[in-house]
Design a protein around this ligand. Structure first.
Ligand SMILES: [Zn+2]
Ligand SMILES: [Zn+2]
Ligand SMILES: [Zn+2]
Length: 150
């Protein structure tokens, strides 16, 4: 696994050990790609294989993985912190559609903002290095069930 090898090297370079809890935490995130898990959900996954690892350790490990740029933190404005894998082949973080009814999160593959970035740079003389975007609304399933109720 690429991510695992990279992390191992990164940790070693900075003098950290690739401990069981670090490996287990990263494994849980890799195995649940696209799920945008909270620390508690990651803990539930890790606990299945390693019941001795506690939630506090998971929090600390996530913090470290974030500092090492292996994962990044997401905020979908629902009061929860979530994490997902940092794909270094992506120019920047992809965008998300967040259903305000069922809480489903859909990843948007397209990025339409290059043109907007160029306009902003011209109009405001601002050198844009990155942007973040979240869409809130109703997913197709919730839309359908809404229409049925009407
Ligand atoms: Zn929904
Ligand atoms: Zn995502
Ligand atoms: Zn974008």
């Amino acid at each position: 696994m690429d991510n695992i090898t990279t992390l191992k090297e990164q940790l070693q370079q900075k003098g950290y050990k690739f401990t069981t809890q670090r490996r287990a935490t990263l494994d849980a995130i890799v195995e649940n790609e696209g799920k945008h898990m909270t620390p508690e959900e990651i803990y539930e996954q890790v606990k299945k294989k390693y019941p001795e690892i506690g939630l506090a350790t998971i929090y600390r490990t996530l913090q470290l993985l974030e500092e090492m740029d292996v994962i990044y933190r997401l905020d979908f404005d629902d009061g929860k912190t979530r994490y997902e894998l940092n794909h270094h082949n992506e120019d920047h973080q992809h965008h998300h559609l967040i259903c305000i009814k069922c809480g489903k999160v859909i990843e948007v593959k397209e990025d339409f903002l290059e043109r907007l970035e160029r306009l902003v740079e011209e109009d405001y003389g601002f050198d844009i290095t990155d942007h973040m975007l979240k869409f809130f609304g109703y997913c197709s399933e919730c839309r359908n069930s809404q229409n049925e109720n009407e």
